[in-house]
Design a protein around this ligand. Structure first.
Ligand SMILES: [Zn+2]
Length: 229
């Protein structure tokens, strides 16, 4: 198990605590994860202190979430920004330029019946994208195969290979483990999951793996099989 640092978000964590959390993550070499711009209400409160969050969050910093994260030193590769449904164009450009990872949680998106889905915009902007589950407070399951299937249904315009990459290499980038996990390559950790595929045709198999919650055939950690639970 690897440590990670997760200051919840720029609307719930003070600038001082955010900076301290980022400094700790950097000092430890830990991945950093922040929830950002999930709702219009959150964005509104950060910008001008108005909206329904005013009653519970008190005084607003009157700054955008991405600005606050940049000030804290959080915008960098190895930082995952979760949700990011309501990013302005300039904020998305800043995230892409910094190489931070955008994490979409399809099950949580559906749980809150949020309009639209941000993945295509992120892909077109050249962002590093990953898929996540968020927690059981806002999702029915913590199974990434289900998130993949939900993302594929919501985004028929995206190639299965693009979605698969989000669940593998994107996940590795979100954990600040790019090149070590999330791909089959010399020098990587050989942490693997093997799935049953319905066909040997690569494109058709990938399509099915993304859409149909494939059955797990084997799990290997460091190349060694893990006994089934
Ligand atoms: Zn969240």
């Amino acid at each position: 198990m690897l440590p990670g640092v997760s200051p919840h978000g720029p609307h719930t964590v003070s600038a001082e605590l955010l900076a301290a959390a980022v400094a700790r993550a950097r000092a430890e070499g830990s991945a950093l994860s922040v929830h950002l711009a999930e709702s219009d209400e959150e964005v509104r409160w950060l910008q001008d202190g108005g909206g329904p969050f005013a009653a519970v969050l008190g005084a607003s910093p009157r700054r955008g979430g991405v600005d606050l994260l940049a000030d804290a030193g959080a915008l960098a590769p190895g930082t995952s920004l979760v949700h990011a449904n309501a990013l302005a164009d300039a904020e998305l450009a800043a995230v892409v330029a910094a190489g931070a990872v955008l994490v979409h949680c399809p099950g949580t998106h559906r749980f809150f019946a949020r309009a639209g889905a941000p993945l295509t915009r992120w892909v077109r902007a050249g962002a590093v994208c990953a898929l996540g589950t968020d927690s059981l407070a806002s999702n029915e399951d913590l199974d990434l195969r289900r998130e993949l299937a939900l993302a594929a249904r919501a985004h028929p315009e995206l190639e299965p290979a693009t979605l698969w990459r989000m669940a593998t290499e994107g996940g590795a980038a979100a954990l600040d483990l790019a090149g070590e996990v999330g791909r089959l390559a010399p020098g990587a950790w050989a942490d693997l999951v093997a799935f049953d595929a319905p066909t040997s045709d690569r494109a058709a198999a990938l399509d099915a793996l993304v859409r149909e919650r494939p059955t797990v055939r084997a799990v290997l950690i460091g190349g060694a099989p893990v006994p089934a639970a």
